[in-house]
Ligand binder design. Structure first.
Ligand SMILES: NC(=O)c1ccc[n+]([C@@H]2O[C@H](COP(=O)([O-])OP(=O)(O)OC[C@H]3O[C@@H](n4cnc5c(N)ncnc54)[C@H](OP(=O)(O)O)[C@@H]3O)[C@@H](O)[C@H]2O)c1
Ligand SMILES: *[C@@H]1O[C@H](CO)[C@@H](O)[C@H](O)[C@H]1NC(C)=O
Ligand SMILES: *[C@@H]1O[C@H](CO)[C@@H](O)[C@H](O)[C@H]1NC(C)=O
Ligand SMILES: CC(=O)N[C@H]1CO[C@H](CO)[C@@H](O)[C@@H]1O
Length: 259
């Protein structure tokens, strides 16, 4: 029996996979307390009126480091003030841009992507550690197959996800009381894929475009609800033995989290 209500920080909750995660958590018979963030919160802000266990915060993680530090500590402080603890970080936000070949790479664009996809995660973990140690907490990082599969123009995105994978082992090594996993969600039918088939198609090769287009035509992408369920359950109860691992969402070892 759990005699407290766990507190989950969920990022990128406004649409796509994060929205599916939030919907799953809110529909549980005993839902956790949740702080949900996104840049655009118009789809989720109304939910907070109906769910006392939900607080919604609008935040842009491309902000410079000094601002990022303040933004993240405000989010975490808000959870502690309201509910007295933090049990899980489910760091799902992510941005594909810039999709551009290295010969035209703009350092500023790569830097912004590193703040969003990687540095904000480091700052979240660092700042939450004192609370996560108290609760033997969990960190679920949303990585990508693109950390080790290479597509034309994806250098910034893929390398941030590879860096995120590295965090899993370092954190697992340094913080034995916390359970960390990095999960690749597969190719999921969200706006991110729509942008690949749209504007970003200009950068990729014909073969790469044909691959992404045929996934859509064949209706063979992962559904956000399916991967969202697995990620939500990992945030609620990932087992210690998985700590430090980088896994595909459909790995056999995760079957009990997908149900
Ligand atoms: N879809 C896939 O095929 C796929 C594959 C592998 C990995 N992933 C990963 O899965 C995660 C969720 O992706 P998705 O497919 O659900 O993408 P999505 O539909 O594009 O949603 C991305 C989410 O991240 C938030 N976000 C983006 N940039 C942000 C910023 N600068 N500051 C704060 N929040 C920001 C977005 O907020 P706004 O709504 O306000 O923009 C949105 O909530 C990402 O980490 C992505 O890299 C996706
Ligand atoms: C914010 O999200 C809403 C609802 O999902 C959408 O209708 C609107 O266009 C979005 N706004 C921006 C600036 O992207
Ligand atoms: C989509 O279906 C076609 C026809 O069955 C097949 O040739 C192709 O390999 C499929 N594409 C993907 C990405 O699964
Ligand atoms: C992709 C990656 O770096 N995964 C690592 C996550 O952590 C485990 C355990 O330390 C390593 O075995 C993986 O290589």
């Amino acid at each position: 029996m759990v005699e407290f209500t766990p507190v989950i920080i969920l990022t990128g909750a406004g649409r796509g996979i994060g929205f599916a995660i939030l919907s799953y958590l809110l529909a549980l018979p005993n839902p956790p307390n949740i702080i949900a963030t996104s840049r655009n919160i118009s789809a989720i802000e109304p939910l907070a009126a109906a769910h006392k266990n939900l607080e919604v915060i609008s935040v842009d993680f491309s902000a410079p480091s000094s601002e990022l530090r303040t933004l993240i500590s405000e989010i975490l402080n808000s959870a502690v003030l309201k509910w007295g603890r933090i049990d899980s970080l489910l760091l799902n936000h992510g941005n594909l841009d810039p999709v551009a070949k290295i010969d035209v790479a703009a350092l500023e664009d790569w830097e912004a992507n590193y703040r969003v996809n990687f540095l904000s995660n480091v700052e979240f973990i660092k700042t939450a550690l004192p609370e996560l140690r108290k609760t033997n907490g969990r960190v679920v990082l949303v990585s990508s197959g693109a950390s080790s599969i290479y597509f034309t123009g994806w250098g910034a995105y893929g390398s941030t996800k590879a860096a995120l994978n590295h965090l899993n082992s370092t954190l697992a090594l340094e913080e034995p009381t916390i359970t960390t996993v990095a999960i690749a969600p597969g190719i999921v039918d969200t706006d991110m894929q729509a942008s690949l088939r749209g504007v970003h198609g200009k950068v990729m090769s014909d073969g790469e475009n044909a691959f992404f287009n045929s996934l859509k035509e064949n209706n063979s992408m992962v559904k956000p609800e399916d991967v969202g369920t697995a990620l939500a359950n990992l945030a609620l109860r990932v087992e210690k033995s998985l700590s430090g691992k980088y896994l595909n969402w459909d790995d056999e070892i995760l079957s009990s989290y997908r149900a």
